[in-house]
Ligand binder design. Structure first.
Ligand code: MLT
Length: 324
């Protein structure tokens, strides 16, 4: 009799019933939401980290893409999920910029999540379709100023990193291009390679291989020093546009109310994943590096998000850009 009760309890716990304690967590697959379409930079970072954390936790971390509205739809889904540790979010700087850009969000930015930790900070690259006429950044800027909204610019929606980078670029050259929004820069890259759209600013995790393969043209990186995986691409300052610097930090969140023990276990697993040689190498190949243990913590992510909301609010308000 006892055997059958124990067996039944194990089955119920395995399918999520009963009170599987934090000590047993996770007892079933975990979903990690990427708030952009598959194939983009956020998806790439998430799949690398999720694969390594799955090995450590002994349960599959299943990546689910929920694109739309610059990442706010996916973040909203996670905020509304059960705080049981089985739904997580990997998101980036847009958590901070959307707090100012969106008059109404489907979540409370600072009150709707528990913080697991920072993951990585990724440089951006200003790129164009491979047959685009301008040969370098100066010629590109002159071309955009001369052709204005005839030039198309792809991004992943208002609030996305690709939107923020474009906002900064267009305000620096005081010229507006025509924006073409996608559910992520994965599909946007497909159109850029296919010469259906002219230009984009995207993270090296999505542009490095296309640049190296000659599928797209790179004008500059948005960094103070050259990106190791793209040694031939000048920084914007070197190419004649000083002060055009932005890099995209990423963090992992859980719904508010997720137990501290589970958050602690996830942060420890994240720290291990960020030291996984495969993750370190793949990040390096794509122009980025994992954060330190000290930054892969709830405290570091909370501090980063809070300071970045304060940093970008005046920049966004000055640009006069909002999303309803
Ligand atoms: C963005 O903010 O532009 C996103 O990172 C794009 C993506 O990950 O698909």
């Amino acid at each position: 009799m006892l055997k059958s009760f124990a067996a039944a309890a194990a089955v119920l716990a395995a399918i999520g019933f009963g009170s599987a304690s934090a000590a047993d967590y996770p007892t079933r697959p975990v979903t990690m939401i990427v708030p952009f379409a598959a194939g983009g930079p956020t998806d790439t970072v998430t799949r690398l980290v999720a694969e390594s954390m799955s090995k450590d936790l002994g349960q599959q971390i299943v990546v689910e893409n929920i694109g739309g509205a610059g990442g706010t739809l996916g973040a909203g889904r996670v905020a509304k999920s059960e705080p049981d540790g089985y739904t997580l979010l990997l998101h980036h700087i847009s958590m901070a910029t959307s707090a100012t850009l969106y008059r109404k969000l489907p979540y409370d930015t600072l009150g709707g999540f528990e913080y697991v930790g920072l993951v990585t900070e990724v440089p951006m690259t200003l790129v164009a379709r491979s047959d685009f006429e301008p040969k370098d950044l100066k010629a590109f800027i002159d071309y955009v100023k001369a052709n204005k909204d005839k030039v198309t610019y792809a991004n992943a929606g208002v609030g996305a990193a690709s939107h923020l980078c474009g906002l900064l670029f267009m305000s620096k050259i005081e010229t507006q291009m025509t924006t073409v929004p996608y559910k992520g820069t994965g599909p946007a890259m497909t159109d850029l390679v296919g010469k259906q759209v002219d230009t984009m600013c995207d993270q090296t995790t999505n542009t490095t291989n296309q640049i190296k393969g000659g599928k797209i043209k790179a004008y500059a990186t948005t960094t103070t020093t050259r990106v190791s995986s793209l040694p031939d691409v000048p920084t914007a300052a070197e190419a004649g546009l000083p002060g055009f610097e932005v890099s995209i930090w990423h963090g992992i969140y859980a719904p508010k109310g997720t137990s501290p023990e589970i958050v602690k276990k996830l942060s420890a697993s994240l720290q291990k994943a960020l030291k996984d040689p495969l993750v370190v190498k793949r990040f390096a190949d794509l122009g980025t590096t994992p954060v330190s243990d000290a930054d892969a913590t709830p405290e570091a992510l909370k501090a980063k998000l809070t300071s970045e909301i304060d940093r970008w609010a005046p920049v966004i308000k000055a640009a006069g850009v909002y999303a309803d």
